[in-house]
Design a protein around this ligand. Sequence first.
Ligand SMILES: NC(=O)c1ccc[n+]([C@@H]2O[C@H](COP(=O)([O-])OP(=O)(O)OC[C@H]3O[C@@H](n4cnc5c(N)ncnc54)[C@H](OP(=O)(O)O)[C@@H]3O)[C@@H](O)[C@H]2O)c1
Length: 187
Amino acid sequence: MFDQVADTTPVAVQAEVTLRTNFFAARDVLTHFLSQIIFNSTGRVVNVSSFVSACTLNKCSPVLQQRFRSDDITEDELVGLMQRFVDKAKKGEHKQDGWPEMPYGVSKLGLTTLSMILARCLSKERPHDGILLNACCPGWVRTDMAGQKAAKSPDEGAVTPAYLALLPPETTEPHGKFVSDKKVQSW
Ligand SMILES: NC(=O)c1ccc[n+]([C@@H]2O[C@H](COP(=O)([O-])OP(=O)(O)OC[C@H]3O[C@@H](n4cnc5c(N)ncnc54)[C@H](OP(=O)(O)O)[C@@H]3O)[C@@H](O)[C@H]2O)c1
């Protein structure tokens, strides 16, 4: 994890490493476990994203924002956009292409959008399954990543992810949402 303020690692490297870990590898894990969750026709999927995903979305070009907010963006299109950010960052062209210089934020923007896409697919293809899939932000939490000045204890940071993971049977929402402090956030 690169320090978002102080790290001097070139953005090209940060983009490749951060997207590989936070987006592409997270997608691999999701793909693998989702097939097993679907097999059981029940379950809760909680992707730990970040409020930074929404801030990053607002800093993208209008064209990119429209795609990330659209109801018809596909997983393939999203993967292509995430790869495009990495490729453009390697050439130093990401800003001209409409991206903010925020590799961590773009990786989480991808994870939040992926959660929305997968939830839509589940609703369409398996409307009678009880699977609920969401992305969330734990808040600013005192961990290795955020440091000791952060506002929440680790226990407090676990509240929203645990709430989403333990939504009772027969619950129908939230699903395909970005949730923070146990509340659905605008996207
Ligand atoms: N803390 C916050 O304020 C905050 C805010 C918003 C979102 N989040 C999100 O919450 C999640 C947990 O973060 P945290 O605050 O608990 O961070 P953390 O204390 O830095 O922990 C990160 C964890 O990810 C593991 N990790 C890092 N790179 C990896 C890689 N390439 N492959 C496999 N594992 C890797 C680390 O493993 P090692 O210990 O082995 O290095 C560590 O266990 C993250 O997704 C973060 O983006 C945190």
